[in-house]
Write a new protein. Sequence first.
Length: 655
Amino acid sequence: MYDDNGNPQTVAIGKDPYAIKYFNDLGLMDEAYRPAQEFGVSNSRVTNWGARFQAQLRLALAKDLTGSLGFNISKGSSIKRDLIDRNSLEMKRTFNNFTKKVEEGDEVTRGEVLIPLGGRIKEARLESMNYLLRGQLQYDKTFDDVHRVTALLGSEIRATKLKGVKVDKIGYDSQSDTFDNLLNYKDLDNGITGTFAENGGIAKMSFDDSFSEIEDRFFSLYGNMSYNYDGKYIVHGSIRVDQSNLFGTDPKYRYKPFWSAGLKWRVAEEDFFNKGVVSRLDLQCSYGLNGNISNSSGHFDLAEYNRQEKANNALGLEITSPKINDLRWEKIQTFNIGLQTGLFKDRVGLNFDYYIKKTTDVLAVTEIDPTLGYPSITKNDATLLNQGFELSLNTVNVKTDNFSWSTFLGLNFNESLVENAFLNKNDHVTKIVGTQLNMSGYEPYSIFLFKYLGVNDKGNGMIDKAGKQFVVDNNVQPELLTYDDVVCAGTTIPKFIGRLTNNLSYKNFDLSFMFIYQGGHILLKDSFYGGWIYYATKTLNKDVAKAWKKPGDEKKEGVLPRVGASGYWELIQNSTKNVIEGDYLRLRDVVLSYTLPQSFISKNKYIKDCRIDLKGRNLFLWTKNKEGIDPEAHGIGQRYYPVVKSVSLGVNLIF
C-alpha cells in the first residue's frame, strides 16, 4: 500500500503511465490507481426490513378426519445506497472523459468539464408484499391393524407483489444531500463528441432511473393419498392443478394437472427375510409429471420506455418481449428407481437412486416470422433429457462411551442432452465461439471452439479449417470461417458432485471436516494469445513468456503465438488451446470445538452453556488442471477474486 517513505504506492491498472502523465500535463485529473487512497471514498449500504404474521386453525371434524385453515402475510423492504465520492478513481476517469478536447493545429488543451464536479449516488428501493391462504382436509385411518390409508386434499391462494424505484444521479454532494437537477441526462446517454474519452472522443454515461411494479397471482388445488399394507407394501400418489396470471390465453394450456405415483416394498419386513448383516432393505420406484413456469415472458407485450434515434430521440415504448398466447408450463417427466438399505443394525446406511428426467416445452429463444418485426422470440420450444444417480452412504465407524466417529459420503452424477433447441446461424460463427450454448445433440452450456493446431515457423497461431491449417496472422480473414470449423469442447456444468463429511467426538471435544468435489466439466483458462502490446508498461498474462521468439521455437512444447502475431487474437483465445479440466477437490470446512464441562459451568449461575469453536475454511485445494487454476474462481476465459482461506475463533454462550 505504501512505500518506505509512507507515500501511497501506484498500481499499474487502466491507462498506461504515459497516458496518465499526458493527462496530468494538460491539467486533467490524475488517473493513477493508488489503493490506499481508495479506502473510504466510496461506500455501499444495504438496509433490509421485514415482518411476517401467520395463523393456523386446526379442527377435529371426525375421528379420523381433521381440517386446517392457515393464513400467512409478509411485508418487506430493502434500500441499497451506493455513494461514489468525487475523489474516487472512478469519478476522476468520468470527469476526464467528459472534458472537452480543444485542438488548435497541433496543440491540444483541455476545455470545460461537461458534468458537475460532484459524486454519484445510486439508490434502489424495493417493497414486497406476499400473502398465502391455505385450507386442507386430512384423513388417516387403520383397518384390521394391517391396512392404513392416509389422504390429504387442499387448496391455496397466494400472491406476490413487488414495487421498485431506482435513482441514479451525478453531481451529488453528501454534505447537503443534493445533486445537479438541471443536467441533461439524455445527452450523456446518447454520447458527447469531442472529448478526451478513449473510444474516439465520444463520452457516454448510462443511468438506471426506473420504476417497476410486478404482481403474480396463483390458485392451486392438490391432493395425495397413500396405502400401506402391513408395513410391507406402500402405494402412494399425488395430483396438483395450478393456475396463474403468468399463463397464456389459449384455454387448452390451462388446468393441466401434475401428478406422480410410486411403489415401495420393505423387503426386510417379510417373514422369509432373515435379518442378519442386512437389517433394513427397501425397494422403490416412482413416475411423475411436474413443471416450471417463467415470469420473464407473458401473454402480453412487455415494453419499456426508450428514446428512439430514428424519431429524433423521442421518448416512446419499445417492446422488449412480444406476447406469447400459448405460454405454458415446462413439463418434467421423471422416472426414479432406488433402494435404501441398512447394515449391521443400521450402523451402515446406503441409499441409491437412478433417475431419468425429460423436460419438454422448455422456454428458449426460437425463430419467428420476421415480418412480425422480431428476429426471434422466447417460447416453449426446447427439449432436455437428464439421467443420472444419487448415492449416499452413512457409517458409524466407532461408538464408545467417550469416543464416536461417523462419516457421510454423497455422490451425484448427472448427464444431460439437449434434444431440441434453436440456434440462430445468421450470426457469424465468431460471435458464438467461446460462449455457453444449448445446441441440439449436445450437453447444455457446451462451449464450441476452433481446433488449435499450434504455431508455424513464423510464430503465427493456427486453427483447423476443413482439415487444413488456417493461419491467424495480420492478414487473416475471419469471415471465411463457418460453423463447420468449430468443435464442441465440453460442458461447463459439472457431471459429478460429491461431499465427504467426518464427525469425531471425544469427551468434550468435537472435530468435523468436509471435502467437496466437482468434476466432469471444462473451463477456458486465461492466457496470452498473440496480440499486440501497445504500451511499454502493461499488465500481461504470465504466459507471454512462452511466446514464440525465433524460428525453431514452434517445436517446443507449450509455445504460444508471438507478440503481435495478429490483431484477431480472439480466434486463438476461442480455440481448444485454452481448454482445461474443471475437476477439483477442496477442504471446505474444518471445525474444532470444545464444550466447557457442566461441572465448571454450574459454578456460574448466569451461564448455562459455553462452547469454543476454531474454524478453518478453504484450507486445501487439489485441481486436475496442471496450471493449478481454481475452478471456483474462474469463469469463461477470465479469473475472478480468489477463494479466500480463513481461520476464525468464536465463543458461543447461552445464558
